[in-house]
Design a protein around this ligand. Structure first.
Ligand code: ADP
Ligand code: MG
Length: 570
């Protein structure tokens, strides 16, 4: 009981941190159970990890909003936000991750049919190297009762807000699921607020002009909650977003890029919805490339490097963008998102004057403009492209949207007129392109870092530490939560195991199928699967962690592709 727990903590007052080990285990508090999973070994070690199990009868969660797995993800996300607020205002000994603007599967709160679990950390207060047991008893005991009682798991649940949160998520997924049958790769709702309040903030710009769709692209969706939304449907094929500088082109594309995720009510992007496989493809000079087939885009490099299995520790602007594109195809992206602001010009286009000056046989790059049509016609891969500086793409585009003072309009006919007869697609056959036919096979051990090193771990949003090396994820613009980075770090072991399994002869050790399998397992079995995986290698580890968020297949695959220790097989 909570009384035994209190007494126990009192008896530990003034003891050394080693004595805290006795607390490990489950403590029955009546309406809920406190599980102490891993206690810190000293005051300066990472905080202790614990979780609460609150039976559903003790919560106010309505059954009708938690029936499906999808509803439970959104309900958990809602509770996590409420608890993050409450815990942030409370004693600083508590640690709980604060969610961003996306509604995502998180390990901090897990709602099941029978219980709600809340995972948090607690820093045992110290006087020197001794435990302040009495203070800990007060901070944990009483505070936890309050937290459970006066939060969204208890009395303070606002059922209407919960409903809105859950329906925002389920409507979003329903809309996302309908995109392809409607011939669309993205949808931007009328009334959406696209710009963010600052370059380093993800909250909506209050003074923004709300989005208004051009009539020619307007479509309507009826959603499961009964809600109807209208907005701009971006059709499959090749879409250009054109317009003058500072007229809102990149802002529109960035919203579409984040539209792979559901956003919280009030974000402004709740109904900006994108093909879930969509991948941003940018230049990223300096990245490592390991065995990627970039041959449709780059060939005959000086020095004779084989671009069908391209290796470099230091890619150029164009080769890095080619690798990013090839790897997006490898993992199954059906929509590519490209902004001229972050592209290598020579990867995208080459004009007539340059063609005259530099003969084709001395130019290794076939510009994207000569491949974009075949990508769609043969592989069904659409492209949404922001351009302001060149009209070269007009001839190959299916739709052209002009942004003017943040207002989109349909200028497709005019752009086609300007281009003259629609440019003949440059002939290219993707049928035997290895990135889509087989993909790379990877040596499993190369995902594990050096022998005897600690398991990989996430360090903030942008880095994973593997052994002594850092894996740099700063250019993955669709990686949005440090919890995804943590999950990617742990998922490396699961991918390695998947690659290690007795091989299915048709699949081989293909990286893309291993990544797809792992993410599917995490979706179905939950993020706790990751902790089990790490625990098997680490000397000791708690069974649960509250700091994991589900990544997409794209980001897990992109992370692995950037790992400098990666080794590919034949
Ligand atoms: P472009 O890519 O066309 O040069 P950006 O998308 O970078 O332009 O936008 C330029 C500026 O306009 C940014 O500061 C952005 O926040 C702001 N902006 C974009 N869309 C809107 C909007 N709908 N309402 C108000 N400001 C906007
Ligand atoms: Mg721009």
């Amino acid at each position: 009981t909570s009384e035994t727990f209190r007494k126990k903590l009192h008896s530990l007052d003034g003891k050394s941190y080693g004595a805290l080990k006795q607390l490990t285990g489950a403590w029955d508090f009546g309406t809920f159970t406190l599980h102490i999973d891993k206690v810190q070994s000293d005051p300066y070690a990472p905080a202790s990890r614990m979780h609460l199990v609150i039976p559903r009868q003790a919560t106010a969660l309505p059954g009708e909003l938690t029936r499906s797995a999808e509803q439970r993800v959104a309900a958990a996300d809602f509770i996590a936000r409420d608890l993050a607020d409450a815990i942030r205002q409370g004693p600083r000994e508590y640690g709980f991750v604060t969610p961003g603007q996306e509604i995502l599967p998180r390990s901090s709160v897990v709602v099941s049919e029978s219980a709600v679990q809340v995972r948090f950390t607690f820093q045992f207060p110290a006087a020197g190297r001794r435990v302040k047991g009495k203070l800990a008893a007060r901070l944990l005991g009483e505070r936890l009762f309050d937290l459970v009682k006066y939060s969204a798991v208890g009395e303070r649940l606002d059922p209407e807000q919960l409903r809105e949160h859950v329906e925002t998520y389920t409507d979003f997924s329903a809309l996302q699921g309908q995109l392809s049958e409607r011939g669309l790769v993205a949808f931007v709702a009328d009334g959406a607020i696209l710009p963010r309040s600052a370059g380093d903030s993800d909250t909506p710009l209050r003074s923004a002009l709300a989005f208004e769709s051009p009539e020619e692209f307007r479509v309507k969706f009826s959603l499961p909650s009964g809600r109807e939304v209208t907005g701009m449907g971006v059709r499959a094929g090749i879409t250009l977003i054109a317009g003058g500088g500072f007229h809102g082109k990149s802002t529109l594309l960035r919203a579409i890029e984040r539209g792979v995720y559901s956003h919280v009510p009030g974000d402004g992007r709740e109904f900006v919805v994108t093909d879930p496989t969509a991948a941003m493809v940018r230049a990223e000079d300096g990245r490592a490339v390991t065995g990627t087939d970039i041959s449709p885009f780059i060939n005959n490099l000086p020095g004779g490097a084989d671009t069908s299995r391209f290796f470099t520790a230091n890619a150029s602007g164009s080769t890095s963008q080619a690798a990013n594109l090839a790897e997006a195809l490898e993992i199954g992206a059906k929509t590519l998102l490209i902004d001229e602001d972050t592209s290598a010009t020579n990867f995208m286009i080459r004009d007539q004057a340059m063609k005259q000056l530099i003969a084709a046989e001395h130019e290794p790059i076939t510009p994207f403009v000569d491949r974009v049509r075949a990508l769609y016609d043969q592989l069904g891969v659409s492209t949404i492209l922001v351009v302001g500086g060149s009209g070269i793409f007009f001839g190959v585009a299916d739709s052209v949207i002009a942004m003017r003072s943040y207002v989109p309009s349909d200028v497709t006919d005019r752009a086609h007129q300007i281009a003259g007869a629609r440019a003949k697609p440059v002939d290219f056959d993707f049928a035997s392109y290895s990135a889509v036919t087989s993909g790379r096979s990877v040596v499993p051990a190369s995902l594990r870092g050096s022998r005897g090193s600690k398991p990989p771990r996430g360090r903030g949003l942008e880095q994973v530490q593997i052994g002594k090396e850092n894996l740099d994820l700063r250019y993955l613009s669709q990686l949005v939560d440090a919890g995804q980075t943590n999950a990617i770090a742990l998922a490396l072991e699961l991918v390695a195991r998947e690659l290690d399994r007795p091989q299915n002869p048709t699949q081989g050790r293909h990286l893309h199928s291993a990544v797809l399998t792992v993410i599917e397992q995490l979706q179905q079995q939950g993020l706790d699967l990751l902790v089990g995986a790490a625990g098997a290698r680490a000397e000791s580890s708690a069974r649960v962690r509250g700091d994991l968020v589900l990544p997409r297949v794209a980001e897990l695959h992109q992370a692995i592709s950037r790992w400098r220790g990666l080794k590919v097989g034949s």
